[in-house]
Ligand binder design. Structure first.
Ligand code: F0G
Length: 404
């Protein structure tokens, strides 16, 4: 029987059957991705017409999500896309759309990948799942493990994890290990201790996670009907931008689009190893030892998926930019108080990056940009972020009523 999907090494091309729980190539150690041997012969138009009539979750695209067993879903995906005129004016471009991933079941884009990853864990007969996280992956995995009846273990940084995310993680029932170091160390210890065990790893190094997250590209295409725009993505571990690229490449393979959009990778100034590599035209990532930024979700110095993301940005003739925490918070404020969309700081980086690229003359003012707003504002109610807003409100109610 023809294989529905294979796991293929992105560097040496070695292939592994889809039922093998494996996270890197046994031959060369590189990253794996899921490939469909039948994709090039597929009639994209007839696929797309079946997508039209299904309910708006990621599973609407089920032909391109190779899960054969029980699907674990909390109705993820189908998030709204808004035309945000005031954000476009602020950033200095013609048109900005905000794809609001904060409206997924646990408040971030991670739910797309976790629905597929946890379904894969069930298919493989695994009873325990594990991940390292800056907080959103762990919130999502904890919820989906609960929905599937699996046990969840997470490793998170003790300092700097956003309160909302830590609460979700423990509320949904994950056994939570807090470590003194940051995300990179947490992921390092998950990979060194859990690979080869019966516990299933659900970080984005797991190629099945990417299969869920790529559906964002399918949704952009079904909603906007073209690809004549930039897609700006906040980058941490480099999984999401790689997934979005994979989605667009698959649409191209089945002839639904001529060419994918150009991708924009945005990182925070204190945690920008990927952006620095792209800007310098280098081919190897130099890790940042002590990453710092107010955007705790992307406080990552050693992104594991950098190789996939580099290919994505280069092949798409994309751009990369780093932004200050101040600009991130300004973009967050604009989205919340002028557009009505509340996002966490990491998510606002996608908009901040556009403004900086335009100011530097690297992005044309006539551009249309889709900014991926990866997580909800409620995730991260840090006092550092709230206090400037509160200190502005010093008038009494009577004074305020008189002043309007
Ligand atoms: N935005 C948010 C809100 C995130 O939580 C993350 C990653 C990213 C962007 C970056 O995505 O890692 O695929 O490049 N959060 C991970 C976590 C690391 O553990 O929740 P990426």
């Amino acid at each position: 029987m023809k294989e529905l999907a294979v796991q293929k090494c992105i560097s040496c091309g070695a292939e592994y059957p889809s039922h093998e729980p494996i996270y890197s190539c046994r031959a060369c150690g590189s990253l794996l991705e899921i490939k469909f041997p039948w994709l090039a012969e597929t009639d994209g138009r007839s696929l797309a017409s079946s997508w039209e009539h299904r309910s708006r979750t990621i599973w609407r695209f089920k032909e391109l999500i190779p899960i054969t067993g029980r699907v674990v879903s909390l109705m993820e995906g189908g998030t709204p896309i808004y035309l945000a005129e005031k954000a476009a004016k602020w950033a200095g471009v013609r048109e900005i759309y905000i794809k609001f991933e904060g409206l997924n079941p646990t408040g971030s884009f991670k739910d797309r990948g976790m629905s597929v990853g946890v379904s894969k864990a069930v298919e493989l007969g695994r009873k325990i799942v594990v991940c390292a996280s800056t907080g959103n992956t762990s919130s999502s995995m904890s919820a989906y493990a609960a929905a599937a009846g699996l046990k969840a273990i997470v490793v998170v940084p003790k300092k700097g994890i956003a309160a909302g995310k830590l609460f979700q993680t423990v509320l949904h029932g994950a056994k939570t290990v807090q470590i003194a170091e940051g995300f990179d160390k947490a992921l390092g210890s998950v990979l060194s201790k859990a690979v080869g065990s019966e516990v299933y790893i659900l970080n984005s190094v797991n190629p099945w996670r990417i299969e869920g997250q790529k559906t964002l590209a399918f949704e952009l295409w079904t909603d906007l009907k073209n690809t004549d725009y930039f897609v700006s993505v906040p980058v941490g571990n480099c999984g999401n931008i790689s997934a979005i690229w994979k989605g667009f490449k698959e649409l191209q393979t089945i002839d639904l689009i001529d060419r994918p959009p150009r991708l924009v990778a945005v990182q925070a100034e204190g945690a920008s190893p990927f952006v620095d590599m792209v800007k310098k035209g280098e081919n190897v990532l130099r890790p940042v030892e002590n990453p710092t930024t107010i955007a705790s979700a992307i406080r990552i110095g050693k992104p594991v998926n950098w190789m996939k993301a580099l290919k994505a940005v280069r092949e798409s003739e994309g751009l990369a930019e780093k932004v200050s925490d101040q600009l991130i918070l300004e973009a967050q404020r604009i989205l919340a108080s002028e557009v009505g969309i509340g996002v966490e700081p990491a998510s606002a980086a996608s908009l901040a990056g556009v403004k900086k690229l335009v100011e530097k003359g690297l992005m044309d003012k006539s551009s249309t940009v889709v900014c991926v707003a990866t997580g909800h504002a409620l995730k991260d109610p840090n006092t550092e972020i709230i206090s400037p807003y509160l200190s502005r409100r010093t008038l009494s109610l009577e004074e305020l009523l008189k002043s309007v």
